[in-house]
Design a protein. Structure first.
Length: 371
């Protein structure tokens, strides 16, 4: 029996007789059905109405099942749709290729109706579990952000207020030009950090209004996202900074994203690394990685440390807890995490050694021929 009486199944099959038989079978089990003759027609239907499960033939004219699967998995609006492949003959390589992209199940023709219904029911259960897990994750992220805000603004404010108090409480005649310059630089540093935090907070507030995915998706070359950002940095002057190396491997990889949001996420990853570099000459390496079906925009540095706390007096170390400063980094990373999740990806943070770190924004890839 169908445990999901309101569930709709899209059948993508070029054999008219088999398609009709599948429609009648599934309707007899209480499912609503939709039909398409090939992958391109299925995509057109998906833009109008989303089913709960897709049952799809592999070998079809115009657009085959594998291409349809790739298109669906690269679209944040459709990426969670379960897909069950039907095929008259499937090699091990065919199955491996489908599973690497994200197939739900693989059934061989002729189809046993009970096996098909069981596969559909299992797919629906897994989709519900995934949706619940995503909702829990977003709720945890919202709660974490609320907690972080109590600390995020405190650290740069401590810099600004602490050094301003030094100026008002110290005898200016006892301060050297170098000390005055250092105080001014620290106040400026704190002010800029506050500006970054406010921008990140406003962007996070905007992202909370999104439902499932970004609003203006377009296919774009992943390498060009890094290249454009790095050349637009305030210190770059239209050229690649000397301390940055942009690798050229996987340069042909493409993603389907809202460019503005992904660029903002990458900028915050760069700012995070920039704040943590121990030496201005320490190399920052940016690259594009690939792990089917995801494309990763990675940034790493092997010479980082936590920044110092503002001193109570000139030349002395402050006593603020390290946890406060640790929290200071998280709002920017929260922006990057949220952008990744909205696109159907994730942000990974890897500490490759005591003083190195690698941040990777993973996004669903798009085949070059679909650009």
């Amino acid at each position: 029996m169908n445990e999901n009486p309101a569930a709709t199944v899209l059948i993508v099959e070029d054999d008219a007789s088999l398609s009709l038989a599948l429609v009648e079978t599934l309707q007899s089990y209480g499912y609503a059905t939709m039909s398409a003759r090939h992958g391109l027609e299925a995509l057109e239907q998906l833009r109008q109405s989303q089913p709960d499960v897709i049952v799809c033939d592999v070998n079809m004219p115009v657009m085959d099942g594998h291409t349809l699967l790739q298109q669906i998995r690269s679209d944040p609006e459709l990426r969670l749709l379960p897909i069950i492949f039907l095929t008259a003959r499937a090699t091990i390589e065919d199955q491996r290729r489908a599973k690497s992209i994200g197939i739900e199940d693989y059934l061989s023709k002729p189809i046993d109706p009970k096996d098909l219904v069981a596969a559909i029911e299992n797919a629906l259960k897994r989709r519900r579990l995934i949706a619940e897990e995503i909702e829990r994750g977003m709720e945890q992220l919202r709660n974490r952000i609320v907690g972080l805000l109590q600390h995020e603004f405190r650290t740069p404010l401590t810099f600004v207020l602490g050094y301003a108090e030094l100026l008002t409480s110290s005898d200016e005649s006892n301060l050297s030009v170098e000390e005055l310059r250092m105080i001014a630089e620290r106040i400026l540093q704190g002010g800029r950090r506050l500006q970054q935090l406010i921008e990140s907070f406003l962007l996070l507030a905007e992202l909370q209004t999104y439902t499932r995915s970004p609003k203006y998706l377009e296919p774009v070359n992943a390498w060009s996202l890094w290249n454009d950002l790095l050349h637009d940095l305030p210190s770059a002057n239209g050229t690649l900074p000397k301390s940055v190396h942009l690798r050229t491997e996987q340069r042909e990889r493409n993603v389907n994203v809202e460019v503005r949001l992904v660029s903002e996420a990458l900028r915050r990853l760069y700012e995070f690394i920039e704040r943590r570099r121990r030496d201005e000459a320490a190399l920052i390496e940016c690259s594009v990685e690939y792990s089917v079906p995801y494309v990763g925009l990675a940034i790493r540095c092997d010479d980082i440390e936590m920044p110092p706390h503002p001193p109570a007096r000139i030349g002395e170390q402050g006593t603020a807890q390290a946890a406060v400063d640790e929290a200071d980094i998280d709002l920017g990373l929260a922006v990057a995490r949220t952008v990744a999740q909205l696109h159907g990806g994730q942000l990974t943070v890897e500490h490759e050694s005591a003083n190195s770190i690698c941040l990777t924004l993973w996004l669903p890839g798009v085949e070059p021929q679909s650009m």
